[in-house]
Write a protein that binds this ligand. Structure first.
Ligand code: NAP
Length: 291
């Protein structure tokens, strides 16, 4: 079992520094390692201990949290002298963002060296860490999660445990990020409309923010529709979106502003309509995406 107030933090970038500070704030004995040792100075001044190597940091505590730039950085650390041996009997919570494949391979590697492994995807900025609602997606063996949960709760109150597949957190991270980027692209096209029409773009941003809670509820409904497999019109007939996206495209063409986003969106809805989905709920577009 872990000593419940000892943790090692590997990686002291913008996120790792906050992770280490949150553990210190909660009275943990924190051991640090970072490729550039000077980033530990302020934390050492607050009581953290700087390890001489990544291997030493892993040896000192049962639980280690790693948060570095990407999996290439994580792999570079795994390849360092003594790290593989030091992982034996340790619990590694990998909070570095990666792909599902990265997570699967890292779990296999960690298990081969005798470590328990958890994968986490942080869905917040450093300043938003440590709050009761800070979102953190986590996956890996249930017993490992149970042991690590008190540690992870220090970092994020809004933990979503996604089950035993180590890749699940990374996969859900990509799914939710897809939502964010789709929204962001639409938002930016809207900003061009706002600019072209001479609107205050900050005001446009405020109006969008006001719409978001209702929109979020709508997305949740469409997710439930897809899961149920029943695409009978319940909230929003596909045809409305076929026409709306066509109108956005046509207006962009007339205005002479960029048409890439509406061309993509209107094209998908036009194909869905041509496939006979116009009379179904909006989420039926998923049927097109499945092929
Ligand atoms: P960062 O400020 O750029 O820090 C990168 C960290 O990775 C540093 O500790 C750096 O060490 C280390 N590193 C890079 N290449 C390395 C290598 N080859 N060998 C060893 N260490 C290496 O990044 P961050 O913002 O802290 O992000 C860390 C992770 O959190 C990323 O996976 C990111 O996607 C995720 N995340 C970040 C945010 C955010 O808003 N910042 C939000 C959600 C998730 P040096 O100090 O020596 O350069």
């Amino acid at each position: 079992m872990s000593n419940n107030k000892e943790v090692s933090v590997l990686g002291l970038g913008a996120m790792g520094v906050v992770i280490a500070r949150l553990f210190l704030d909660q009275g943990y004995k924190v051991t640090l390692w970072n490729r550039s040792a000077d980033k530990a100075d302020a934390l050492v001044a607050r009581g953290a201990v700087l390890a001489r190597s990544a291997a030493e940091a892993l040896r000192v505590s049962r639980v280690a949290v790693m948060c570095v730039y990407d999996y290439r950085a994580a792999d570079a650390i795994f390849a360092m002298d003594g790290v593989a041996a030091a992982l034996d009997g340790r619990l590694l919570a990998q909070l570095t963002t990666g792909s599902p494949k990265d997570a699967r391979e890292a779990e296999v590697w960690a298990h081969r060296h005798g470590a328990a492994y958890l994968e986490g995807a942080i869905q917040a900025a450093p300043d938003q860490m440590g709050r009761p609602d800070t979102p953190l997606l986590v996956s890996g063996a249930q017993a490992v999660f149970v042991e690590a949960e008190p540690f992870l709760k220090v970092l994020a109150g809004g933990i979503v445990y996604l089950g035993e597949k180590a890749s699940a957190a990374a996969a859900m991270d990509l799914a939710t990020l897809s939502s964010i980027y789709g929204t962001m692209l639409g938002f930016l096209h809207g900003a061009r409309i706002a600019e072209h029409e001479g609107f205050d773009v900050a005001e446009y941003g405020r109006i969008v923010a006001g719409i978001m809670p209702t929109f979020a509820g709508f997305l949740q409904h469409e997710g439930a529709v897809i899961q149920s497999g029943d695409f009978t019109i319940s909230q929003s007939p596909m045809r409305i979106s076929v026409e709306a996206t066509q109108r956005i495209l046509q207006t962009a063409q007339e205005a002479g502003i960029n048409t890439e986003f509406p061309t993509f969106a209107a094209g998908l809805f036009r194909r869905a309509d041509a496939a006979g989905l116009g009379g179904e709920e909006l989420a039926a577009l998923i049927k097109l995406l499945r092929h």
